[in-house]
Design a protein around this ligand. Structure first.
Ligand code: NAD
Length: 317
């Protein structure tokens, strides 16, 4: 396994991280025994970074991850989140930060989180995030319940806006550094490097678009992106390599990313994903992929409060 520093935290995260959202059954019903074996096998293979949230499966993913990690908590770096509790259920208040952290710790069967993340901040009032949510997270750190603080979300300009106003340790974005979209490296990486922030890259399979099974019903991307995903999967099949191996290698090839979080539910998926570590992307395969995705490259969808669309766009966007 390869390990990378998370900004200035001193933490070394495995370059492939374990995303636990699918443990909550958000993609398809997940067999707990299978997923639990994947968690153990991932730690055995050197994956030391695990991410989860109360929102995933409406607390189910946290409970399951807590159970699967029994006896192994100290071997890993664990992140969970606060402020998002349902599709449309957000609470960025200081009181809820404190109470939800206690609930997460209980479900995860631990007394501290390595990383606490304000979840999908584009759905909040950013003034409240800066003046109330993040200070409450700092208090949790002062109390020894959390080691490092970050924010997550989809629109990169929202993450940048908050990073400029508060001394964060890291940022997490999803569907922004993979075969279909590379805005994380072109738009956010310069700011992260300038400020010494860690950058966590989630959803290298574009939340299921780059899999044989395809995206889930709830996927917010426009249909043309799904079609491009199907073509990428077909190209990989023709080249005899799993799309997940190709997609993860592509993300790993960007050294500025601290870790790439991929959601996994079985040892078979884990093994395919680990293969990316020793895989080299053949230039002709990459050229074919880049050709079919050209019309949808970097295509995004709206997420969060419309008022944030007026924030200044980032250089290179
Ligand atoms: P992903 O792009 O990692 O795709 C996950 C899907 O791909 C699941 O259905 C999984 O079963 C499947 N899959 C994984 N490996 C496979 C393989 N080898 N072959 C076939 N299918 C495979 O999307 P994700 O899980 O949403 O993102 C990764 C993690 O990042 C999440 O679990 C979560 O921890 C984190 N995340 C955070 C945010 C946020 O904070 N706002 C948003 C998205 C994701």
């Amino acid at each position: 396994m390869e390990y990378r520093l998370l900004g200035r935290t001193g933490l070394r995260l495995s370059a492939i991280g374990f995303g636990a959202a699918p443990l909550g059954g958000v993609y398809h019903p997940t067999d707990f025994q299978q997923a639990s074996r994947a968690v153990g096998a991932a730690i055995d293979a050197g994956i030391n970074y695990f991410d989860v949230a109360p929102y995933y499966g409406l607390t189910l993913a946290e409970s399951r991850l807590g159970e699967a990690l029994a006896g192994r908590r100290k071997e890993i770096i664990l992140s969970s989140k606060c402020c998002r509790f349902g599709f449309d259920d957000f609470d960025f208040s200081a009181g809820r930060v404190a109470s939800s952290l206690e609930e997460s710790l209980a479900r995860l069967r631990t007394d501290y989180l390595d990383l606490l993340i304000a979840h999908d901040i584009e759905f909040g009032d950013l003034r409240q995030v800066v003046e109330e949510t993040l200070p409450a997270m700092q208090q949790a750190r002062a109390a020894g319940k959390v080691r490092f603080l970050g924010v997550s979300g989809y629109p990169l300009r929202v993450l940048a806006h908050v990073a400029r106003q508060f001394p964060l340790d890291f940022l997490l974005s999803y569907c922004h550094d993979n075969l279909l979209n590379t805005r994380l490296q072109t738009e956010l990486l310069p700011l992260a490097q300038e400020r010494g922030l860690g950058l966590i890259n989630a959803s290298p399979l574009h939340m299921g678009v780059l899999t044989e099974e395809g995206p889930p019903e709830w996927h917010p991307a426009p249909a043309e992106l799904f079609e491009a995903g199907r073509q990428v999967v077909a190209i990989c099949r023709r080249h005899g390599v799993a799309p997940a191996t190709v997609a993860l290698r592509f993300a790993l090839d960007e050294p500025g990313l601290s870790s790439t979080l991929v959601g996994m539910t079985s040892v078979a998926e884990l093994e395919t994903n680990l293969r990316a570590l020793d895989y080299r992307l053949p230039p002709n395969l990459l050229a074919e992929i880049q050709h079919v995705i050209a019309p949808v490259r970097d295509l995004e969808w709206p997420s969060g409060r419309p008022e944030h669309e007026h924030l200044p766009s980032l250089p290179n966007s």
